[in-house]
Ligand binder design. Structure first.
Ligand code: ADP
Ligand code: MG
Length: 395
């Protein structure tokens, strides 16, 4: 029985862990949180901080694993690449992983390789540096932590005054203490999921993204297919980005902005399967690609067996971005699920605080809706969300 190490054992990784187990692997999961929900699905688990690359390696060596994966989180990407490199297992090149983990280095690589034309980008690690760039900045810009995720501390900025506070927030929320300032791109947002194997890039899906209104830039849901008329051009840009960054292997998740005049700008790249149910639900349900299956199989030295159907099924997700308050009574989830014909996942319990939704961490769960008609899929998901929100009695 092959042994696979899954780095991260939260809710979104629990699907990978149970998938690997169903495929007949001996699954070992690690996470810093001793109460990780994913531990339930693993044959064995360890309480290990997944950003601590050496701790992950020592643990992996002690278990003599055959493969290592992470997914749906940026925190495990460097450790997975490091363990794979040190143990000579299939994985993303560690040096490439280091570049990808820094949005500034990614932005610079994309610009220098003419993947897109976002020419304004600065990296700052203290507020004094802003005086150096003060005279050169053309507003509006977006400010974000160089190693951020889940849209935390991401702000559009129109004045120098705002720039100071946005940079402070971004630097404070960055593990490496760095913020990226770059051109603000006005456009519609899409998510692109790809898999790279033996130098070949397979674009598995281009999703429409449903986002919060400014000043927040947080995900509220996805739809696949995107019905974007210029999907082929997006694929070309994605291919070029992957090649210029030297991504040699594995799953890649991107956020792409497409402007009114069809400029295609990649604003975020994660060298791992997408979160928010993209990898576990949206891609396989819509395209019939066994996404987690190919990640698991190739990570343990197996061949790539890719089957996708051309006819895509409409899949829509909504994050449970709910009205704030303390939960006193939960809604009748089973009834809502049945009435709206949707899948529901949530972590709500009586006594929980629902925070105002500003980033991914404020979400309380997910709705997944499927239909032969995209509008119907959207309507079912929206209706379920309203019923859940209205059904919660708050203290
Ligand atoms: N250059 C930009 N122009 C406009 N919006 C942006 C830009 N960069 C990021 N955003 C918005 O902010 C969101 C979060 O930024 P992103 O780089 O994807 O960070 P995270 O790693 O937190 O997902 C994006 O999904 C997008 O909506
Ligand atoms: Mg993003």
């Amino acid at each position: 029985m092959k042994k696979i190490l899954i780095i991260g054992a939260g809710f979104l990784q629990s699907f990978m862990i149970s998938k690997a187990q169903k495929m007949g692997y001996y699954t070992i999961a690690i996470d810093k949180n001793p109460n990780s929900i994913g531990f339930k699905y693993a044959n064995e688990y360890g309480v290990v901080d997944i950003v601590d690359e050496n701790a992950c390696l020592q643990y992996a060596l002690s278990k003599d694993i055959d493969g290592v994966i992470t997914g749906a989180t940026d925190y495990g990407v460097l450790s997975a690449a490091y363990v794979a490199q040190q143990m000579n297992l299939p994985g993303l090149d560690y040096e490439v992983a280091k570049v990808i983990k820094n949005k500034y280095l990614v932005r610079r690589t994309l610009y220098e390789n003419k993947v897109d034309d976002i020419s304004q980008y600065f990296e700052v690690n203290n507020l004094d540096m802003l005086n150096e760039v003060r005279d050169n900045i053309k507003f509006p810009v977006i400010v974000k932590p160089c190693d951020g995720s889940g849209s935390k501390a991401t702000k559009r900025v129109d004045t120098f005054q705002e720039l100071i506070s946005a940079c402070k927030e971004a630097i404070d929320s960055s593990l490496i203490g760095k913020a990226l300032i770059e051109d603000f791109i006005k456009g519609k947002e899409y998510g692109v999921e790809s898999f790279i194997y033996n130098g070949e890039v397979y674009v598995l899906g281009i999703m429409g993204k449903h986002m919060t209104s400014p000043p927040d830039y947080a995900e509220l849901g996805h739809c696949l297919p995107s019905y974007l008329p210029i999907e082929e051009q997006v694929k070309e840009v994605v291919n070029k980005a992957i090649k210029s960054l030297g991504i040699n292997y594995g799953a890649v998740n991107m956020d792409v902005l497409v402007t009114e005049d069809n400029r295609i700008c990649i604003v975020d790249i994660g060298a791992r399967m997408g979160g928010n149910l993209i990898g576990s639900h949206i891609i396989p349900m819509s395209t019939n690609t066994d996404y987690m299956g190919i990640i698991i199989q190739t990570a343990t030295g197996g061949p790539l067996e890719l089957t996708t159907q051309n006819e895509k099924i409409n899949v829509v997700t909504r994050l449970l971005a709910l009205s704030p308050g303390i939960v006193n009574v939960l809604p009748d989830f089973a009834k809502i699920k049945k009435d709206c014909q949707v899948e529901l996942y949530h972590q709500l319990k009586v006594g929980n605080e629902i925070r105002e939704y500003h980033n991914n961490l404020d979400g309380c769960g997910y709705i997944v809706s499927v239909s032969t008609d995209m509008q119907k899929a959207v309507n079912k998901a929206e209706k379920a969300k309203i019923l859940i929100d209205e059904g919660i009695i708050r203290a």
